[in-house]
Design a protein around this ligand. Structure first.
Ligand SMILES: *Cc1c(COP(=O)(O)O)cnc(C)c1O
Length: 229
């Protein structure tokens, strides 16, 4: 079939595919949150997706998030910060988003906790599961120490892990990384005695594979909003 034209139709198509992937995996469709990644797209695009039923929106840049939060105000919206975050931008994000997906240092976790101003900020550890030199995120070997540290940091709550595998045309190429992240989560949860329910993994090209591997949050930009400039 042709990929639909409008943001609303594309949202419904992605949602249908997520539902189907959940059914195939024997999971409830409610067990996966679709984050519509709206980075670089205008407020009007977010409103279109919201009208079609999207409620979770992902942004990568702290200043862009802050601007969009003032442009699109709606009680249904949950914002997610999915990009790399510098500590000096933590105040733009802490206490304002449903989830910070990419914490990769104890100092960033501490800054988020300090800036969350009386609320508890849920966070994930970003894991560089394939060991790519150019990527952020901690190595699987360093994840346990960071998890221990974040679990003991006030003002934040460690909810799980996120990863972004090397880009590939073939969705199946991401499967080993997704399965490795799920296995790492299981080990950390057992070792630390924490639930760590969240696995943020899967993007436009591979979210169905991610769901098969246990993703609870998929981050889908291009398939909903079209190609970024
Ligand atoms: C941009 C981005 C996405 C969305 O990517 P698409 O391929 O457009 O779906 C997901 N996660 C992160 C961390 C991103 O930066």
């Amino acid at each position: 079939m042709n990929w639909p034209e409008t943001i609303g139709e594309r949202w419904r198509e992605v949602r249908a595919r997520v539902t189907e992937a959940c059914a195939t995996a024997g999971r409830s469709p409610d067990s996966v949150t679709i984050i519509a990644v709206s980075k670089t797209h205008p407020a009007a695009a977010i409103r279109e997706a919201l009208a079609a039923g999207a409620t979770d929106f992902g942004e990568n840049y702290a200043q862009e998030l802050a601007t969009k939060m003032t442009e699109v105000v709606d009680p249904r919206i949950r914002w997610h910060f999915i990009g790399r975050l510098q500590s000096n931008k933590a105040k733009l994000v802490a206490g304002k988003v449903a989830l910070v997906h990419a914490v990769d240092s104890a100092s960033l976790g501490a800054e988020l906790g300090k800036r969350a101003a009386g609320v508890v900020q849920p966070v994930l550890i970003s894991v560089n599961i394939a060991g790519e030199a150019t990527k952020g995120g901690v190595s699987p070997a360093d994840a346990p120490a960071l998890a221990r540290s974040l679990a003991a940091t006030s003002g934040i709550r460690l909810d799980g892990l996120m990863t972004m595998p090397p880009p590939s045309e073939d969705p199946e190429a991401s499967r080993p990384a997704f399965e490795a992240l799920a296995a790492l989560r299981d080990r950390l949860a057992a070792d630390l005695g924490l639930p760590l329910p969240v696995l943020s993994m899967g993007m436009s090209g591979d979210y169905e594979v991610a769901i098969a591997a246990g993703a609870t949050h998929v981050r889908v930009g291009t398939a909903i909003f079209g190609v970024r400039e």
